[in-house]
Design a protein around this ligand. Structure first.
Ligand SMILES: *[C@@H]1O[C@H](CO)[C@@H](O)[C@H](O)[C@H]1NC(C)=O
Ligand SMILES: *[C@@H]1O[C@H](CO)[C@@H](O)[C@H](O)[C@H]1NC(C)=O
Ligand SMILES: *[C@@H]1O[C@H](CO)[C@@H](O)[C@H](O)[C@H]1NC(C)=O
Ligand SMILES: *[C@@H]1O[C@H](CO)[C@@H](O)[C@H](O)[C@H]1NC(C)=O
Ligand SMILES: *[C@@H]1O[C@H](CO)[C@@H](O)[C@H](O)[C@H]1NC(C)=O
Ligand SMILES: *[C@@H]1O[C@H](CO)[C@@H](O)[C@H](O)[C@H]1NC(C)=O
Ligand SMILES: *[C@@H]1O[C@H](CO)[C@@H](O)[C@H](O)[C@H]1NC(C)=O
Ligand SMILES: *[C@@H]1O[C@H](CO)[C@@H](O)[C@H](O)[C@H]1NC(C)=O
Length: 362
């Protein structure tokens, strides 16, 4: 009788692949995130809530196995609208964040939502900031933005070759439109704190390029997955709608960005990424008005006319009902690393419950 084969075939990871490092989804979420409840440093008309208030008022909870983060849509509070800013207690240095989002805050006038990474431990922006999903008011396209200290310029040029074709076809390194190339928040030739930014393609870019990256259109499509890859060479972001062919690959157990094609945004150039981005936390917030959404220039673009209210704060205060669809519903939030050793965290969290009365999507 032959000996039973005992060889255990371990799956080997190719160089390009990632393995799960930290799963922040569903019940892992609230045990790994603090709720920031100080005043908004960007001067929003917002009151960020602590866990006691957030749980009591059902601003946080679960929708089935999704994380729910919402805002007050019932009160005319003269001190600002109650909202949530969640920040991870764990920090990361390089890797791949995959966020499967079923619903994001609807693009109502007055809103300023963001899913982003903040470099902590030193004064902003010395460890960098990466805004993965962000916009204001009635915007319909996401912007991906980096904020750093001096010495980080990114490249807006095309790649010299198309995908394996001979000839001179030029292919862009990313699908979006770069509005600013200097990531330094103090760059003298850009407005203060703007950083380097790439906006998702416009409708004119055509049906293959224009995607529901933001707000009500994103929600109507059932959302999708945002993936952010941060290496020492580049920072890249992809968006795949839920019905896209890449969606399954992006949300698989071993996501492989080398298979995903041209990203929405790619930041690379005269920038030492290891020096400018460190020790980053995951942040998810919804602000109202403030330095960006509430500036006269922004509000006057279309919201003053659309709402018939001259000031952002007045609109946000007096129209709670406008913000019923301003919430996040996140199905998955996972951090992968190339040298992944899984940290399974399922700590005794906060007493967050199912929200039966919020079972709607848009
Ligand atoms: C909310 O997120 C945006 C992301 O860029 C950030 O600029 C803003 O300061 C955040 N709000 C707070 C309170 O930090
Ligand atoms: C990283 O940030 C945390 C706070 O998020 C801080 O306690 C820690 O000292 C920082 N570590 C480094 C190396 O900067
Ligand atoms: C561009 O493509 C040609 C033909 O396939 C190849 O010979 C050349 O090495 C490529 N150049 C770069 C910079 O990739
Ligand atoms: C990047 O290139 C595009 C297309 O040529 C152009 O419209 C845009 O202004 C450029 N951005 C910067 C920051 O130079
Ligand atoms: C996905 O849904 C959008 C509508 O949100 C539709 O325009 C598009 O054709 C669909 N794509 C696929 C691949 O089914
Ligand atoms: C930008 O990218 C192009 C094409 O890859 C390259 O030729 C150029 O040197 C780069 N510029 C900078 C400033 O990195
Ligand atoms: C915005 O619109 C208001 C009302 O029309 C006007 O008073 C104000 O000067 C405008 N501000 C800017 C910066 O456009
Ligand atoms: C929760 O799951 C049930 C059963 O699968 C489904 O009918 C319901 O629509 C789900 N609710 C939400 C908010 O996803």
């Amino acid at each position: 009788m032959a000996l039973a084969a005992t060889t255990l075939l371990l799956p080997s990871l190719s160089a390009a692949q990632y393995a799960l490092k930290t799963d922040l989804s569903y019940k892992n979420f609230f045990s790994n995130f603090n709720l920031f409840s100080d005043a908004d440093p960007t001067h929003g008309f917002v009151q960020y809530q602590n866990y006691d208030e957030a749980i009591k008022n059902q601003y946080v909870g679960y929708l089935n196995e999704s994380i729910f983060l919402g805002v007050d849509y019932k009160t005319k509070d003269p001190n600002g609208r109650a909202s949530i800013r969640a920040e991870s207690t764990v920090t990361f240095d390089k890797g791949l964040l995959v966020a499967d989002i079923a619903h994001m805050p609807s693009n109502e006038c007055g809103t300023w939502p963001a899913l982003w990474l903040l470099g902590t431990g030193v004064e902003w922006p010395n460890n960098g900031e990466i805004d993965i999903l962000e916009g204001v008011n009635d915007y319909t396209r996401n912007s991906v933005t980096l904020h750093t200290n001096s010495g980080c310029m990114v490249n807006n040029s095309t790649m010299s070759n198309s995908t394996g074709q001979s000839g001179t076809t030029q292919q862009s390194a990313f699908d979006g439109w770069m509005s600013t190339a200097n990531c330094d928040v103090a760059a003298t030739d850009q407005a203060k704190n703007v950083g380097c930014s790439i906006m998702a393609p416009a409708e004119e870019a055509g049906p293959g390029k224009y995607l529901p990256t933001y707000g009500a259109e994103f929600n109507a499509a059932g959302g999708g997955v945002y993936a952010l890859e941060w290496t020492d060479q580049s920072i890249q972001a992809w968006f795949f709608p839920r019905n896209s062919t890449e969606f399954a690959s992006a949300t698989s157990a071993n996501p492989d960005p080398s298979q995903w094609g041209t990203p929405l945004a790619k930041f690379q150039g005269s920038c030492n990424i290891e020096d400018h981005f460190k020790n980053m936390t995951v942040q998810i917030n919804v602000s109202f008005c403030g330095d960006w959404a509430g500036s006269d220039v922004e509000w006057n673009k279309s919201c003053a006319k659309k709402t018939g209210v001259a000031k952002c704060e007045d609109y946000v205060r007096d129209h709670p009902e406008a913000f019923e669809s301003v919430y996040w519903e996140i199905k998955g939030l996972k951090w992968f690393e190339k040298t992944g050793s899984t940290q399974k965290r399922d700590l005794a969290g906060h007493a967050v419950s199912q929200l039966k009365n919020r079972a709607f999507r848009w």
